[in-house]
Design a protein around this ligand. Structure first.
Ligand code: 13P
Length: 257
């Protein structure tokens, strides 16, 4: 069995100004022991990326953005491109987060363009997918997940290839910011189906190497159980990533059993 190195990623969403971002990254880096069993990533708001960068770099924390536009440059007021994110020091970019999809109306086709543009700019996409409560209760979880994967990775399915190191994050919409986490078994079931889908489209090697993160009310007290599941390779953390103590409690998880 292939060992996938876990990743714990903090999505700071639209929280923290420049000063708070610096304080947070400093506190996280001060609490890292250096022997963590996971890659650690933070995704601050755009305005704070370059000030967070040196602190992150010193502590070997990876830097991600929360969104980007698919064009490289142009008259797109209010947008930021992949090459700009690279220049600001990002290695990763979160794409298709449920808040982008549901609040800002991003479609799978938009996300597909962004994934393609991110990879072309040398950024590693963290592609988010997840069903709503209504879809889960209607028994449509797997269908929705497969549809989002097919739509958001449409550029790659024909070639049977995936941009290097692409990360998938399963974030059930009903578990985001609600305190209602998917049980480890519920999450594992979906993660397995995602890996199976990836295997069918891109082959065993890619599917076995792809890290699939879980997101939705991850906390220090539920991370170990989630991480004990075979297909859960880490977490995308919202609320609990905004305090160094709780984020470190997640980063320094111990597998159960
Ligand atoms: P919470 O951890 O606050 O539920 O947010 C999850 C999330 O949306 C991470 O991208």
């Amino acid at each position: 069995m292939i060992e996938r190195r876990p990743m714990i990623a903090g999505n700071w969403k639209m929280y923290t100004d420049i000063f708070e971002s610096v304080n947070l990254v400093k506190a996280v880096s001060a609490g890292l022991r250096g022997d963590e069993e996971a890659d650690v990533l933070v995704a601050p708001p755009f305005t704070n990326l370059s000030v967070v960068k040196p602190f992150a770099e010193n502590a070997r924390i990876l830097l991600g953005a929360q969104n980007m536009h698919w064009e490289g440059s142009g008259a797109f007021t209010g947008e930021v491109s992949g090459s700009m994110l690279r220049a600001a020091g990002c290695t990763h970019v979160i794409l298709g987060h449920s808040e982008r999809r549901h609040i800002f109306g991003e479609s799978d086709a938009d996300v597909n363009r962004k994934v393609e543009a991110a990879a072309k700019s040398g950024l590693i996409p963290i592609l988010c997918i997840g069903e709503t409560l209504e879809e889960r209760e209607a028994g449509r979880t797997f269908e929705v997940i497969a549809g989002q994967l097919a739509g958001s990775l449409a550029a790659y399915t024909a070639e049977r290839d995936l941009p290097a190191e692409t990360i998938v994050a399963y974030e059930p919409v009903w578990a985001i910011g609600t305190g209602r986490t998917a049980t480890p078994a519920q999450a594992q079931e979906v993660h397995r189906s995602i890996r199976r889908w990836l295997g069918e489209r891109f082959g065993e090697k890619i599917s076995e190497h792809t890290r699939i993160l879980y997101g939705g009310s991850v906390k220090p007290d539920n991370i170990s159980a989630l991480m004990s599941e075979q297909d859960i390779d880490g977490a995308l953390v919202g609320g609990a990533s905004l305090k160094a103590e709780s984020f470190l409690g997640i980063v320094q998880f111990r597998k159960k059993g």
